[in-house]
Design a protein around this ligand. Structure first.
Ligand SMILES: Cc1ncc(COP(=O)(O)O)c(C=O)c1O
Length: 395
């Protein structure tokens, strides 16, 4: 059969082709709950303990279900290899710990998920790593900020919760010119909207808890990069830090991935309708959604992404008090943190997901006290709009 490059939808719907799994050839990746695996001899055991390419030894080092998930995400991202973690935060911190040492300098965008921001802002400096936070949207300034000891540039796009979009191809080009590695948290984009490795980025991270899993029932994280990098990440970071994915969670996330393309298409379409409706509502002050023509990141998103995502943030004219009234008046959407679930989630970043980022840092990057974040789900968009409309009437 003539084999052409498979489309994204087909890669989502199909499992890793011809899973061998002990010769059984299952059509669905099996769940391996075992913590340990038999060795055939002392030599076999030594080989497997020292190199996961020789086989499985212990689930903290490597587990078949976790490997199936990593391989599938690497395929979707068009990366060489991937390693899964217990959570997105575990993936972020293991990567940063492996890639830096005392004396190194890191440049990080100033808008990041709060746990990632805190690792860079408070933990790495304790071990002698100097971190500069900046708006990486200013690529000329970014280039000037690179020093001889700059090791990596850390980005998140679209960023949580302001939906700031950065120009990955341009930043990758500048970083490569200076021999600096780039790492991007692509959780909000998913490989459906953007494949950073194909744009020159070195390392891609996701919280698979979100859109990749898609059902709000399993925590997970993943790092995608070159094969050698992933192997080193496994040996020097994952095995020692121990932020290991639970195989059952990986199994659930593998199941969720089968419908990623369908869910993302539906959610992006709904988010566009909801953002446009919010923008025209008299009680709404600002809407952050890169799909809107007036959004400052619209042009970059149009050029570098396949669509605009399922995440919206907005602020009401009455600020924090009005936002509180709206959220308490919601009847259909779920008031909860996280994103990428089947149901639409609404939350207040300043007091919920980003409460431990300092108020000063929040305000510098537009995470105002009145900002509300909406993670659009799979309901009919008109029902979400009706719910927001009835809650806005109370404001
Ligand atoms: C952009 C982003 N990255 C990383 C994380 C951390 O992921 P997890 O909750 O799976 O640890 C989150 C969590 O909300 C996130 O929004």
């Amino acid at each position: 059969m003539h084999r052409k490059k498979l489309s994204f939808a087909t890669l989502c719907a199909h499992n890793n082709n011809h899973l061998k799994d002990g010769g059984l050839k299952p059509t669905v990746p099996p769940l391996h709950q075992s913590t340990s695996f038999h060795f055939d001899s002392t030599e076999d055991g030594a080989n497997k303990c020292q190199d996961y390419d020789c086989g499985y030894a212990y689930t903290r080092d490597c587990n078949p279900t976790n490997m199936y998930l990593g391989d599938k995400i690497a395929e979707l991202e068009e990366g060489e290899a991937a390693m899964v973690f217990a959570s997105g935060a575990g993936a972020v911190s293991a990567t940063l710990f492996m890639m830096t040492a005392a004396g190194d300098h890191v440049i990080a965008d100033d808008t990041l998920y709060s746990a990632s921001h805190n690792v860079l802002d408070t933990i790495l400096p304790r071990y002698g790593v100097d971190v500069t936070f900046m708006d990486t949207g200013d690529v000329e300034l970014l280039e000037k900020t690179i020093r001889d000891n700059t090791k990596l540039i850390y980005l998140e796009t679209p960023a949580n919760p302001t939906m700031k979009v950065v120009d990955l191809p341009r930043i990758a080009e500048v970083a490569r010119k200076h021999g600096v590695k780039t790492v991007v948290d692509s959780t909000f984009a998913t490989p459906y909207l953007q494949k950073p490795i194909t744009q020159g980025i070195d390392v891609v991270i996701h919280s698979t808890t979100k859109f990749l899993g898609g059902h709000g029932d399993a925590l997970g994280g993943v790092v995608v990069s070159k094969k050698d990098f992933i192997k080193e990440l496994n040996l020097t970071s994952l095995q020692n830090i121990g932020a290991v994915a639970a195989p059952f969670n990986s199994w659930l996330i593998l199941r969720g991935l089968k419908t990623l393309h369908l869910r993302m298409a539906w959610m992006c379409d709904s988010a566009m309708k909801i953002a446009a409706w919010l923008e025209n509502h008299p009680k709404v002050d600002t809407v952050n959604y890169p799909g809107l023509a007036g959004n400052p990141y619209h042009e970059i998103a149009k050029r570098t992404m396949r669509g605009y995502g399922a995440m919206i943030s907005f602020e009401l004219k009455g600020g924090m008090e009005a936002g509180r009234t709206l959220m308490d008046g919601i009847e259909l959407c779920s008031m909860a943190v996280s994103l990428g679930h089947a149901d639409t989630l609404i939350q207040h970043p300043a007091s919920m997901t980003h409460w431990y980022t300092s108020k000063e840092d929040r305000q510098k990057t537009g995470i105002t006290d009145g900002l509300i974040r909406l993670a659009v789900g799979l309901e009919a968009p008109e029902d979400i709009i009706d719910d927001l409309a009835q809650a806005l009437e109370r404001v």
